[in-house]
Design a binder for this molecule. Structure first.
Ligand code: BDP
Length: 717
């Protein structure tokens, strides 16, 4: 009996320790083990003085108190005034006394409304550390940055930091349904417990807000782009209001998706025509109703006339009519409309990759001031690699915001370790040449290329109610990295990996160096074992789990992988050059030229733009067939190498997360082989060639791979 109890006790202790570690994300606040550094911190933080007293200020003090006491082992003294030296003074511009305001004037001039200052000063001849900004949320950002300095063991002896976000809207898009299923969600069910809201406030809502604020995310779209009008009824708005109240102190605004046909579905109107007076008034009243409850409501995200969603075109109107009508409804309250450019139609015989540009580019300059067009990073759909979307830079008079996908719909769900900031960085650094050399996507997004006032980056969230939020412990890094890049689209992914690892796991260099390198490599690994050399959208259809290059029987041509790879006896790839669909002409002339010619097209995008023969010579002298096969093998080898790296980390971290990642990497290895074997067996039917030396022989037949079915794959509605 005793031993049974003992086992039970042991299990529950280790379970909760595990839950805690994983749950705490990058806000672990582990005890500082380096004695020299701990001493420096203790010396410099004798007390905390908070000059303000807003809800946000209270949150700030609490975070500092928790973080510091957990990292240093003792609680810092909270003082009501600046007494003695080495205090940590926190307060926004308005709460500073005139002397401090004068001291910080130059720094305050350097930052924008959300920027912060962390500075060592001498105030009345005593050394102090001050964290300030123009408002209390900016100060909170400063505090999280200060805590990160400590988490990453940086010196705080003599600080002089100013930093401001480069974009206005840094927002998560939750594809969460009201029944708590999550479209393309691989981390459990939706965080939002609509049934228990508005009264029950889950601690998770608060920790979600903390995590987001810590990386500067300032908005959240709570609902799926494939929207349900019910969210706009008063029954649900009361629940949304409760969430908005939780998030507000953390500087996070709430947004909703607007179903275009809502006036019919919940408003009893006969039409949702954006030019109909009753419809216009319905949305105006709806906006007023929402803002009465939530004065800082952010606005609407809209998916219209795409994949079966209703929109203005149902009434013979266009995207501009629809977006501007909604923009007018929220404008009096300072709201915005994020109108998505992810459109393609079964009635359009054009190359799908061309459709969004063809439809939206002519609307340049026609949208109202508070409309921002949300464009996916590539022209198809969140593939492991896509050339940048041709709309970036091509609409100088229209603010465009980036839409990245953090959830891994096409990248192995939450089972594969793939560090996405590497992908995000590749897109942001791409040069569109739309205003000459150096017209990078990042400059389009942060508004510096065309001086746009409204700017933003959205990420389709990978968060669910799994203990560790994101399914894979390393998928937390993608949420983290998204936030960091939304704040500063010029950050490099190495820096992000380094920060995240230190905050999440350990500061030990022997751990950091190899694991950071493994993360950086992981993106190319997934490209290699899934879609090398510019292949795309060859995942099994519907759920997108695993390979399905053979699928050709779906009603809409562009839903079939065969549409994208076009493999035949002559070769493989989608001809988007002048001899094909001429999608290359949607880019600036310099880029068009580069992409249009197979010889100058970056090899990583070759089969995206060109149909080339199996004997086509790659830059390394290999034939296309051999090169393709070797790339698939390289992907498998890279995952093996990731496993080797990970297996060396056991002594640096907790066994729970170590084991969890170890098992997940084993699955990733298995699935990488599945991808390689299934794709090569399938393409081999067309190439008619042997696998080159160095590529392992498949252990199963093509028929076997084709027979695999996954009727309950997650995230598929
Ligand atoms: C695709 C997803 C689908 C989304 C759509 C979108 O497969 O579930 O609804 O994008 O972004 O990637 O609207």
């Amino acid at each position: 009996m005793t031993s049974v109890r003992f086992v039970f006790l042991f299990l529950s202790i280790s379970f909760s320790a595990f839950a805690q570690k994983d749950y705490k994300l990058w806000l672990q606040y582990d005890r500082i083990t380096n004695p020299k550094i701990a001493l420096e911190y203790k010396k410099n933080i004798q007390g905390i003085v908070s000059l303000g007293n807003s809800e946000t200020d209270q949150v700030s003090v609490k975070e500092l108190e928790n973080g510091i006491s957990s990292m240093l082992g003792n609680k810092p003294e909270i003082k009501s005034e600046i007494k003695g030296e080495n205090n940590l003074i926190i307060g926004s511009q308005n709460s500073l006394n005139p002397d401090l305001q004068k001291d910080l004037k130059q720094d305050l001039d350097k930052i924008n409304d959300e920027g912060f200052i962390i500075k060592t000063i001498h105030f009345r001849n005593k050394k102090q550390l001050i964290i300030s900004g123009k408002n209390d949320v900016a100060v909170l950002y400063g505090i999280f940055n200060f805590l990160r300095l400590m988490q990453t063991n940086k010196s705080i002896e003599n600080l002089n930091i100013t930093d401001s976000p480069k974009t206005n809207i840094r927002i998560l898009n939750h594809w969460d349904n009201l029944d708590r299923t999550v479209e393309r969600g691989y981390a459990g069910f939706s965080l939002w417990n609509w049934q228990k809201l508005p009264d029950f406030i889950d601690q998770r809502y608060i920790d979600y807000a903390r995590a987001n604020a810590s990386i500067g995310i300032n908005g959240t779209v709570l609902t799926n782009v494939n929207a349900n009008a019910l969210i706009l009824t008063s029954q649900y708005l009361e629940k949304v209001e409760a969430l908005a109240n939780v998030f507000r102190p953390y500087g996070i605004k709430v947004y909703l998706t607007a179903r275009f046909s809502a006036p019919i579905e919940i408003g009893n109107l006969k039409t949702a025509d954006p030019k109909d007076l009753e419809v216009i008034n319905w949305w105006k009243n709806k906006a007023a109703e929402i803002y009465k409850r939530i004065p800082d409501f952010g606005g609407f995200l809209v998916k219209a006339n795409s994949e079966g969603q209703p929109g203005p075109q149902n009434y013979g109107r266009d995207h501009v009519d629809g977006a501007n009508m909604l923009a007018d409804a929220v404008a009096p309250f300072g709201g915005i409309i994020m109108w998505r450019a992810f459109v393609y139609s079964e009635h359009d015989a054009n190359d799908r990759a061309k459709q969004a540009y063809a439809e939206f580019q002519p609307y340049d300059g026609k949208f109202k001031e508070n409309v921002i067009v949300q464009v996916k990073n590539g022209a198809i759909d969140f593939q492991p690699r896509e050339p940048f979307h041709p709309l970036f830079g091509a609409m100088p008079k229209t603010p465009l915001m980036m839409e990245f996908q953090i959830t891994q719909e096409y990248l192995g769900f939450s089972t594969h370790l793939v560090f996405l900031p590497k992908l995000f960085q590749e897109v942001l650094e791409s040069d569109t040449y739309q205003k000459g050399k150096g017209s990078t996507v990042a400059k389009v997004i942060d508004g510096t290329l065309y001086q746009n006032k409204l700017t933003g980056i959205a990420g389709v969230a990978n968060i669910g109610n799994d203990l560790n939020w994101t399914g894979h412990p390393f998928a937390q890094a993608n949420w983290y990295g998204f936030g960091r890049l939304a704040w500063n689209p010029y950050l490099d992914s190495e820096t992000i990996a380094d920060e995240w690892l230190r905050c999440t796991f350990s500061n030990d260099e022997n751990f950091i160096k190899p694991v950071a390198a493994m993360m950086i490599e992981s993106r190319e690994a997934v490209v290699n074992y899934m879609t090398p050399l510019g292949l795309h959208h060859i995942m099994d259809t519907g759920h997108h789990y695993g390979p399905g290059p053979w699928v050709s029987n779906l009603s809409r041509p562009e839903w079939n992988p065969t549409y994208y790879h076009k493999a035949d006896k002559n070769g493989i790839g989608f001809d988007r050059s002048k001899s094909g669909t001429n999608a290359t002409s949607q880019y600036a002339p310099e880029i068009e030229k580069l992409f249009d010619n197979a010889a100058t097209c970056p090899e990583q995008d070759l089969l995206w733009f060109h149909h080339v023969s199996w004997d086509y010579k790659l830059k390394n002298g290999q034939t296309l067939w051999n090169g393709l096969a070797l790339k698939y093998q390289e992907g498998v080898n890279q995952v093996k190498e990731m496993q080797n790296v990970w297996n060396q980390t056991e002594k640096y971290i907790d066994s729970e997360r170590f084991n969890e990642v170890k098992i997940l990497l084993e699955i990733q290895q298995k699935e990488a082989k599945w991808w390689r074997d299934a794709c090569l067996l399938y393409f081999q039917q067309f190439s008619g060639k042997e696998l080159p030396v160095g590529v392992e022989k498949p252990t199963q037949s093509l028929e076997y791979f084709k027979s695999l079915k996954f009727p309950f794959a997650p995230g598929n509605g």
